[in-house]
Design a protein around this ligand. Structure first.
Ligand code: PHE
Ligand code: ZN
Ligand code: ZN
Ligand code: ZN
Ligand code: CA
Length: 298
């Protein structure tokens, strides 16, 4: 798998910050900064050779948009999907939440195109609207797909907050081996968790499980029995003394600017963002090859 250039990921974050600044300070559902964010991401994908579509929905009296991007090729009855929410809360620009996930999967998609990756599985990327109002975009997408189309999605990777300034390195506990969340996810979730964990192990960064309870856009996927997984660097929760021992940082919130106006360009750990972007690329390459020809990381 390629190394994802951190500078490229950060350039996307700068664009999201500029879009917010030009649109009343946010990129929230129903506000112009949201659609401007969709248009920015879509233009990059179109230029790279993706087949894109914008699917609209309504929530709370406003139109929302999901951006879907298909990489041509692969088995379309065995679709690996990768998603992040692109909306912010109305109080700020949403750079860590969730410019980081949105930018990291965008740059992974662009790396797929640059390398002309031709995996066995079909790759589809999604940027969700109105996550902050209750997973509205992802729920709309999954629930309005015809059942036969939904059955073709055989895995979903979610990235929401992957550059927290006082980061933890969390992987969704899809197999419930850490006992967090509601129990094991759909069969196949463990394979996704194992792939992400293998990347972090290869760079010597310890991980911990985190709740697999539906608090982000993988929720509607697992409700329909689709295997899922993802990473997370922490939100409003406080890093414990044991976690400071493990990862460094301080016994304060993982993201002190969570859902606040200060969630801007300086609210990001470059190290966490770089590691997570590389983990995403590793797992996309690993999981998309169906049986696995991706060499072990490291
Ligand atoms: N979905 C939450 C938000 O956008 C953040 C979150 C992600 C919390 C993953 C827990 C796990 O505000
Ligand atoms: Zn890197
Ligand atoms: Zn989020
Ligand atoms: Zn949020
Ligand atoms: Ca686990």
């Amino acid at each position: 798998a390629p190394d994802i250039p951190l500078a490229n990921v950060k350039a996307h974050l700068s664009q999201f910050a500029s879009i917010a600044a030009a649109n009343g300070g946010n990129r929230a559902h129903g506000r112009p900064g949201y659609l401007a964010s969709v248009n920015y991401v879509k233009a990059q994908l179109d230029a790279a050779g993706f087949t894109t579509s914008v699917r609209s929905f309504t929530y709370g009296g406003a139109t929302g948009y999901n951006l879907i991007a298909d990489w041509p090729g692969g088995d379309t009855s065995d679709v690996l999907m990768i998603g992040s929410h692109l909306d912010s809360v109305s109080s700020g620009a949403g750079i860590n939440d969730n410019g980081t996930g949105s930018a990291a999967i965008l740059e992974t998609a662009l790396a797929v195109a640059r390398s002309n990756f031709q995996p066995a599985r079909h790759l589809r990327f999604g940027w969700w609207g109105a996550e902050e109002l209750g997973l509205r975009g992802s729920t709309n997408y999954v629930s309005t797909l015809p059942a036969a189309e939904r059955a073709r999605i055989t895995g979903y990777l979610n990235f929401d907050m992957v550059g927290s300034p006082n980061p933890g390195y969390f992987v969704y506990d899809g197999d419930n081996s850490d006992g967090v969340g509601a129990g094991p996810g759909p069969a196949g979730s463990a394979r996704i968790e194992d792939s992400l964990e293998a990347y972090f192990a290869s760079i010597g960064v310890p991980t911990r499980g985190t709740d697999f309870d539906g608090r982000s856009d993988y929720g509607p996927f697992i409700q329909y029995g689709i295997p899922a997984g993802g990473t997370f660097t922490g939100a409003e929760g406080r890093k414990t003394a044991a976690q400071v021992q493990l990862w460094g940082g301080t016994q304060t919130a993982f993201d002190p600017c969570y859902h606040r106006a200060c969630d801007g360009l300086s609210n990001v750990s470059d190290t966490a963002l770089d590691r997570n972007a590389d983990a995403i690329a590793y797992s996309v390459w690993d999981l998309a090859q169906d049986g696995g020809t991706e060499p072990p990381p490291g």
